[in-house]
Design a protein around this ligand. Structure first.
Ligand code: UTP
Length: 291
């Protein structure tokens, strides 16, 4: 079993400024729930029980959201607000083992993952980005854990990364991979290129914010050089591949929603509104009036 998931949420979220000056992007509401709750739901539904948040100054509210607020509960109980109490308790009970570690200075995703080393220990673990959502019938991370367990029988210390096909003109926004297809939805990765120009991209397969790593990754993250002030996770992955540790890419089934930028956040809002029958009606009426 893979039990631990690391959620690096220590970034500054500059693409969503100015709101992220005071509200972490992971707490922006998609309808009446923060973005991070959708991610946590996927992790829990995939069988994980230990969540490790990598936070930074000003991001404590992410932990508070999942913690118990006794004052609020007593208030709701006294006023007989049973339905609201249930709503609050549901959130508070979601995470069985919640822990956190601080990344004092935002030095990149690779550095953020390394901060979780002591809490992860010596077992395979997931890394899940707090602003990247996947809506799917089978939770994306569950699809991945099933494949990972199969791969770990035949490979030495494997890692698995979720991949998505993107349009060629968008490759420069993502980490792009080069590899050899070994099954319909599985690729043995040879190279990862961070944000290549379209003419230099080895493929149109981009890395999304879902990874399962063997703890050997920490050894490679420790020796990384800084690139533009950051320790890149992709550089750690490349170093691991170069040393002969197998890294697989998996074409997950589902819809990915990147809430870390305004357009993606707006699309995610519409996506979830359309899934709710009453809000779908509101949206339909609104659109019929403006068009
Ligand atoms: P992003 O590339 O989205 O960076 O990081 P960011 O700082 O959050 O946002 P922008 O680009 O300034 O708008 C991907 C993930 O890695 C985390 C972020 O919180 C996000 O979940 N991260 C990034 C860290 O935890 N620490 C870092 O130093 C950098």
């Amino acid at each position: 079993m893979i039990r631990k998931a690391v959620l690096p949420v220590a970034g500054l979220g500059t693409r969503m400024l100015p709101v992220t000056k005071v509200i972490p992007k992971e707490l922006l509401p998609l309808l009446n729930r923060p973005v991070i709750e959708y991610v946590v739901d996927e992790i829990i539904a995939s069988g994980f029980d230990s969540l490790i948040f990598v936070i930074s100054y000003g991001k404590e509210a992410i932990l508070d959201y999942f913690d118990i607020d006794s004052g609020l509960k007593s208030f709701l109980k006294e006023r007989n607000k049973e339905a609201l109490l249930k709503l609050v308790e549901e959130v508070e009970e979601k995470i069985k083992y919640l822990s956190s570690v601080r990344q004092k200075i935002p030095q990149g995703l690779g550095h953020a993952v390394l901060m979780a080393e002591r809490l992860v220990g010596q077992e395979p673990f997931a890394v899940v980005l707090g602003d990247d959502l996947v809506d799917s019938d089978v939770p994306c991370l569950k699809q991945m854990t099933e494949i990972y367990l199969r791969l770990s029988v035949r490979s030495n210390k494997p890692s698995l990364i979720a991949l998505e096909e993107v349009p060629l003109e968008d490759v420069s926004k993502y980490g792009i991979i080069d590899g050899e297809r070994i099954e319909e939805d599985l690729i043995l990765i040879k190279r990862v290129v961070e944000k290549p120009a379209p003419e230099e991209a080895p493929s149109t397969l981009s890395i999304i914010g879902r990874y399962i790593f063997d703890p050997i990754i920490f050894e490679f993250l420790k020796g990384l050089p800084k690139v533009s002030g950051e320790y890149q996770l992709t550089d750690g992955i490349q170093a691991m591949i170069d040393e002969g540790y197998p890294v697989y890419g998996y074409l997950f089934k589902g819809k990915r929603l990147d809430t870390g930028n305004l357009k993606g956040f707006f699309e995610a809002t519409l996506h979830y509104a359309l899934k709710d029958s009453s809000l779908r009606e509101v949206l339909r009426n609104f659109c019929s009036k403006v068009s």
